[in-house]
Write a protein of this length. Structure first.
Length: 230
């Protein structure tokens, strides 16, 4: 009896996750297109590390039952644990018609500006996956100079399957990269914070200064407490 009781919360969680994925794909299908491409980025608000943009193209007419089952727990990447995102990553690669992942390094962000780099990375990623007749979806805003039909979707990573899938690829790719670099820059614990502005990360900046991975152009209280020249 206790085992049956213990199973019910897990069953409810799976049910909610599956419902989210169905809702995401229902939104994309409601657009009336066979090909739907979504793009999202990871690392826009970080103190250190690259910005990573990903784009995913779904051919909604050729998604198999196996694909739909594999993506039954797809949701906004922020709603997933690290383990869940890692599990979804290869499933997105398998189900998508095309994927593209583009990064902009710290030097590029500092020289050209974060916003410009973000738009450029998203545009480049979508340009690599979009095909004739595809509708490109971007989370929250439109992209200037994109040579394909597009639509801005407010809260897109929680509404569109293509954007949610792109958010998973971008987040996993960037987190893996930061954890690989953590061994070369151990003082800032990038394995844990992956470049985001946690209290521990800001304290490490105050104690040790900045690493080559830190964005000098990013306004931060932690940066203001030290000399960037040292």
């Amino acid at each position: 009896m206790s085992g049956a009781v213990a199973e019910r919360p897990e069953r409810r969680r799976r049910g909610r996750a599956n419902a989210a994925a169905r809702r995401l794909f229902a939104f994309d299908r409601s657009l009336g297109r066979r090909f739907v491409a979504g793009a999202d980025e990871a690392g826009r608000g970080c103190l250190a590390g690259p910005l990573v943009a990903a784009a995913v193209l779904f051919d909604l007419e050729r998604l198999t039952l196996s694909d739909r089952r594999a993506l039954a727990r797809l949701n906004d990447s922020k709603q997933h644990t690290e383990t869940a995102r890692e599990e979804l990553y290869p499933r997105v690669l398998q189900a998508a018609a095309k994927v593209a992942i583009v990064s902009r390094c710290v030097r590029s962000i500092d020289s050209g500006g974060l916003h410009v780099g973000n738009l450029d990375a998203l545009r480049a990623a979508l340009g690599r996956v979009a095909c004739d007749g595809a509708l490109c979806l971007v989370d929250g805003f439109s992209l200037p100079q994109l040579e394909h039909e597009q639509r801005a979707v407010i809260g897109g990573d929680a509404r569109s399957a293509a954007i949610a899938a792109a958010s998973v690829l971008a987040k996993v790719t960037r987190d893996r990269h930061m954890r690989r670099l953590a061994d070369f820059h151990p003082r800032w614990d990038f394995a844990t914070n992956v470049g985001y502005s946690t209290p521990e990360h800001r304290a490490a900046i105050v104690a040790h200064g900045i690493s080559p991975l830190h964005r000098r152009s990013f306004a931060s209280i932690a940066y203001q407490q030290l000399s960037l020249a040292r």
